[in-house]
Design a binder for this molecule. Structure first.
Ligand SMILES: [Zn+2]
Length: 334
């Protein structure tokens, strides 16, 4: 699947962190994954300040590792699959940013930009737990709730490349909360880190007795604080996490029923709550599955690679290199 030639320099631009590393064509990390804050100017991620970060990584990668096959970039937003432009990345406040063009003007190396969920699925398919599977779904349960599908042995992108907007399936738009997408009652307003935080704050505001308030100690509530209170046996935290599991499981069950899958790979901050949380998800999902055989066989596991999106970005680089060299061979043979 991947051509052995050079190394890939890869970046993952998340909502707050920018990770980078060098990966070879066998999927080996060459060095440690490095993490810095995404530079922002006012409330917008600053491309001008991201350039020097890429410059320095490129320089040191060339010195240490030699030939760079390409630069792969994962972005937490919707990327047009043809142009590689950022259509929208809400957390970075990027709207219609020609990222691929800007980077291609600055760097000699081939540039490949894609959305993080797509690259995470590709990373797991190429070098992770999805290797050898023809069908699986990658899910990320973090601030939001996203998905990407690997079907019939390849990534399934949809007409525009936006397939997998699981979190924006309507769960209840009559009673549901407003969603970042502009609509009401999307799945991720019930099942996501942001939903958990909002509901915990509402419980505190309503006067519910809960340890979450003590743990927060005046700070803004974060999902991990709710998990911490739950471990201490806090009734409110238990209820809030039960709600989250309930709605997440409905969403996951729908995916399995529609696509008939045997494997779900989950990443994202909430999954880091550990195996007891994952076991509750697994048990709850089975209740929503239509096919008993699938319910017996479904595996729901956590990501198998340290930041699979970085591996996916590398896989994308090497796959494109291979396609280019094949078409060149075609030209020279013709
Ligand atoms: Zn939505």
């Amino acid at each position: 699947m991947v051509k052995k030639n050079g190394i890939a320099l890869v970046f993952d631009i998340g909502g707050t962190k920018l990770e980078s590393v060098v990966i070879d064509s066998d999927g080996n990390l060459l060095g440690k994954i490095e993490k810095v804050q995404v530079p922002f100017t006012e409330d917008k991620a600053s491309i001008d300040d991201i350039f020097p970060i890429i410059d320095s990584k490129l320089e040191s990668a060339e010195k240490r590792n030699g030939t760079i096959a390409g630069i792969g970039i994962s972005v937490c937003g919707l990327i047009d699959k043809e142009s590689g432009d950022v259509v929208v990345a809400p957390n970075l406040h990027w709207y219609d940013v020609s990222l691929t063009k800007l980077l291609s003007e600055r760097y000699q190396e081939p540039i490949f930009v894609a959305t993080d969920t797509k690259l995470a699925a590709l990373g797991e398919a190429t070098w992770g737990a999805g290797k050898g599977y023809d069908n699986f779904a990658w899910l990320t349960l973090s601030t939001g709730f996203g998905a990407f599908f690997f079907l019939d042995g390849k990534l399934f992108e949809g007409e525009r490349g936006f397939a997998g907007a699981l979190g924006h399936n309507t769960m209840d738009d009559v009673n549901g909360h407003p969603c970042g997408c502009g609509r009401f009652g999307c799945l991720e307003t019930f099942a996501s880190g942001r939903a958990l935080e909002r509901n915990a704050q509402a419980a505190i505001d309503m006067g519910h007795k809960t340890k979450i308030k003590e743990i927060a100690n005046g700070e803004e509530i974060r999902a991990e604080m709710v998990f911490e209170a739950e471990k201490m046996g806090d009734e409110t935290a238990i209820k809030l996490i039960n709600q989250l599991v309930h709605y997440a499981a409905i969403g996951i069950g729908q995916i399995i029923n529609i696509l008939d899958l045997n494997l779900i790979i989950m990443g994202g901050g909430l999954v880091k709550a550990g195996e007891p949380f994952m076991n509750r998800i697994r048990a709850a999902v089975k209740k929503h599955m239509f096919c008993q055989e699938a319910a017996d066989e479904i595996e729901i596991i956590t990501e198998s690679l340290p930041n699979p999106a970085l591996f996916g970005a590398a896989s994308l680089v090497f796959m494109n290199m291979q396609n280019m060299s094949e078409s060149n061979e075609g030209i020279s043979k013709g």
